[in-house]
Design a protein around this ligand. Structure first.
Ligand code: B12
Ligand code: SF4
Length: 389
């Protein structure tokens, strides 16, 4: 056990956590290091914090291997590249003993699916409408890591999203929540709207008990998926997932899946948004970093189609969206324009058929053809009604 230093007495309440700045409670009882880590995490803006041990997810490596074997990761070659380290914390860092799992809520104030009724607007998933969570969570993780290192002298490493770490099963093992049938972590307090981060440490910390699966007979998330991306509960085929298709997938999006994308231009929230556990999610409204930027809430499809490189960079600086670049965003907007049924987009789409990016040019041709087909259908329906009158 790596000893953690004790500090002088004093405590206060903060957002439902007992926050203790000096290692003792008001009643003079000394607090465990685990409780002090949780208090510091809360002070730094994390809405959940729990601890697990390095051997806590023995089934994850096998499940990951099956998932990769089935090709469910699509073109995400980086998922395969370090699969061994991803599947086992000790394979990534042999000294790791305990893992502190952290959650930061980004629950939206309004229903993100409401924009489905406005095909002239693009839908950007909630997680990407505020500041880039990689920056926000990483900053808080580093601050917590520095605090832990000062207190213990133990070695540690902090991770959010991009490292070969299976954050969801680790968070479930720590008891932050359980992996729902949509495969993401669901928390009893924060629903599905939770970013995750991890601190691996060589210190021995007392693990928290895991949370049990509370999905029961519900299958709302599976039914909500617009592209049928769940071949079974708890299993996502990324190749059919709108989030993968609009963010990660560089080539042409398979034609059969394009209508299901609707007006989603970056990511998808539908499986998260329908989860009944979201009714308990209140906390993110207080997190200013994740408040939506006005221009990212409901951008006009026409404005997105008109983006050049400089325009793209200006709009999406500081957001995770910047990573996909102008060509992929305009490709997504072209598909949304095709799905909109609105001929107003024709001139812009015609212009894009000559775009130097062949994937975008093809998406624009597809969108023009889809608009034409939908007009023909509408015309045929009118003629049919007139003939029957
Ligand atoms: C790759 C990836 C993606 C891929 C693949 C998603 C996926 N489900 O794997 C794509 C691009 C599609 C994606 C999309 C999204 N992502 Co993502 N993604 C990741 C990443 C980098 C790795 C996930 C991973 O390891 N997948 C591999 C698979 C095999 O693991 P798994 O999903 O845990 O699979 C488990 C189940 O299959 C389970 N299983 C199998 N059979 C059974 C049976 C039972 C009974 C049970 C219980 C379980 C079970 O075992 C497997 C192993 O645990 C993580 C960050 C990280 N480093 O962990 C973020 C992460 C998972 N993503 C995140 C988010 C927010 C999203 C989106 C919501 C973004 C959006 N709005 O568009 C969507 C959600 C789509 C969805 N329903 O999954 C968050 C999720 C936070 C949370 N609360 O869980 C993470 C953790 C990032 C973060 N740091 O916050 N993502
Ligand atoms: S929507 Fe239902 S099945 Fe899906 S994660 Fe939430 S409770 Fe589980």
């Amino acid at each position: 056990m790596v000893p953690f230093a004790q500090s002088p007495p004093g405590s206060r309440q903060f957002g439902g956590f007992a926050v203790v700045s000096h290692g003792m409670t008001d009643t003079g009882t000394s607090l465990s290091i685990e409780d002090r880590i949780k208090a510091e995490a809360s002070r730094l803006g994390f809405t959940s914090c729990a601890i697990t041990h390095a051997g806590a997810i023995p089934e994850a490596a096998g499940r990951l291997a099956e998932w990769l074997e089935a090709g469910s990761h699509g073109e995400m070659g980086w998922m395969e590249a370090r699969a061994e380290q991803r599947g086992s914390p000790r394979a990534l860092w042999p000294e790791v003993r305990a893992i502190v799992m952290l959650g930061m809520s980004y629950a939206p104030a309004t229903d993100p699916t409401a924009l489905a009724a406005h095909p002239d607007r693009g839908r950007i998933s909630v997680y990407a409408q505020g500041q880039d969570y990689h920056d926000v969570v990483k900053r808080a993780l580093k601050a917590l890591g520095q605090w832990m290192a000062r207190e213990s002298g133990a070695a540690l490493k902090v991770f959010v999203d991009t490292a070969p770490v299976m954050e969801k099963p680790l968070a479930a093992a720590a008891g932050l929540g359980w992996q729902g049938k949509h495969s993401n972590l669901v928390s009893r307090r924060e629903g599905s709207w939770l970013f995750l981060g991890a601190i691996y440490t060589s210190a021995d910390l007392k693990p928290d008990p895991p949370e049990r699966d509370r999905c029961g007979s519900c299958d709302a998330c599976q039914r909500a998926c617009p592209t049928d991306a769940f071949p079974a509960p708890y299993r996502l085929d990324a190749r059919r997932c709108v989030s993968y298709l609009t963010i990660e997938h560089k080539g042409p999006i398979p034609e059969a899946l394009r209508p299901g994308i609707g007006n989603r231009v970056y990511g998808c929230d539908d499986c998260l948004a329908v989860c009944p556990w979201n009714k308990f999610a209140q906390t993110a409204r207080a997190n200013r970093a994740f408040l939506p930027r006005a221009e990212l809430v409901a951008p006009h499809i026409g404005d997105l189609l008109a983006l050049d490189d400089a325009g793209f960079r200006a709009v999406f600086a500081g957001s995770p969206i910047k990573r996909i670049g102008r060509d992929r965003m305009v490709r997504n907007a072209a598909i949304a324009a095709g799905n909109s049924g609105d001929p107003v987009h024709r001139p812009a789409l015609r212009g894009l058929t000559g775009d130097p990016d062949p994937v975008l040019a093809e998406a624009a041709r597809w969108a023009l053809a889809r608009l034409r087909d939908r007009e023909t259908d509408a015309l045929n329906a009118t003629e049919h009604r007139q003939a029957m009158a």
